[in-house]
Design a protein around this ligand. Structure first.
Ligand SMILES: Nc1ncnc2c1ncn2[C@@H]1O[C@H](COP(=O)(O)OP(=O)(O)O)[C@@H](O)[C@H]1O
Ligand SMILES: [Mg+2]
Length: 259
């Protein structure tokens, strides 16, 4: 499979309180090398504070790296771009726009004509199960519905790479499960290249072709686990459980609080 995203030797050190007596350096990532193939779904898992969001923000082009290289389709990434779609944990919808307008926004930036924008938006609204809410404003939607819109918006303009940072992290367990299933179903149809960050082991295994395990800060790749299970995964199967154990062990196991 073709290489879609390639990250080589990425490090990040935050400089805090520079120019004061309290100046210090916080190493957040150390020499991370990672490739994602075209059409692959990769999850990154690691303990809280290990640099997962930092990694995703750098790949998104939203914050600068300290060292390393990032390529999408062989071209170096130097800043934000429409080749990447981003979904964050917080609900980042425009509150003054309806569901449909929120989804159309990115399409407009891409220069797609109005009529076509609306058709695409409707298609993705259907896909995430929100038919009937086209004209609703975000304040009328539940947390789960808002994240459905965020997923639809990111997918609608067909980014080369979809970056997701714990998008379901603030949802209750049942809603989270519903959205995981929805994302799996949509991904099976679209085969978008996805890089998905989580600290939830079951979520990582349920969604991924490959789970990349980060160490504690500064984040380094400690293990990569290829998940060879048919989709949709059965989270109650013995093989799923075996993968859970493998990822938990790579994270430091019971001692690190993963059980
Ligand atoms: N803007 C910043 N300035 C200084 N330190 C930061 C900044 N953002 C994150 N950090 C630190 O970098 C480390 C990694 O943070 P983050 O990438 O948010 O981790 P994760 O998403 O895995 O929880 C943490 O110790 C955090 O406190
Ligand atoms: Mg984070």
């Amino acid at each position: 499979m073709a290489e879609k995203l390639k990250v080589v030797g990425l490090s990040k050190t935050y400089l805090v309180d520079q120019g004061t007596p309290y100046a210090k350096e916080i190493p957040a990532l150390e020499n991370v090398t990672l490739t994602v193939s075209s059409g692959e779904f990769v999850t990154i898992i690691g303990p809280s504070g290990c640099g997962k969001s930092t990694f995703l923000m750098i790949v998104a082009g939203l914050i600068p790296k300290t060292t390393g290289e990032i390529f999408i389709d062989g071209r170096p990434v130097t800043g934000p771009g429409l080749d990447r779609g981003v979904v964050f944990q917080e609900f980042a919808l425009f509150p003054w726009m309806t569901v449909e307008e929120n989804i159309c926004f990115g399409l407009e930036m891409k220069g797609i004509p109005r009529k076509e924008r609306q058709e695409i938006a409707r298609r993705y609204i259907d896909l995430v199960g929100l038919r009937g809410f086209e004209y609703a404003y975000p304040f009328r939607l539940s947390g789960g519905m808002k994240q459905r819109v965020a997923v639809a918006r990111a997918l609608a303009y067909e980014p080369a790479v979809l970056l997701m940072d714990e998008p379901f992290g603030q949802l209750d367990a049942q809603t989270r499960g519903q959205l995981q299933k929805m994302l799996n179903d949509i991904w099976e149809r679209t085969r978008t290249t996805v890089l998905f960050v989580t600290h939830n082991i079951r979520e990582a295994i349920y969604l991924a072709d490959r789970v990349v395990v980060f160490s504690e800060r500064p984040g380094r790749v400690v293990e990569e686990v290829v998940v060879d299970l048919p989709r949709p995964r059965d989270p109650w199967s013995e093989r799923f459980f075996t993968y859970q154990r493998k990822v938990a062990d790579a994270l430091g196991g019971e001692q690190a609080g993963f059980f």
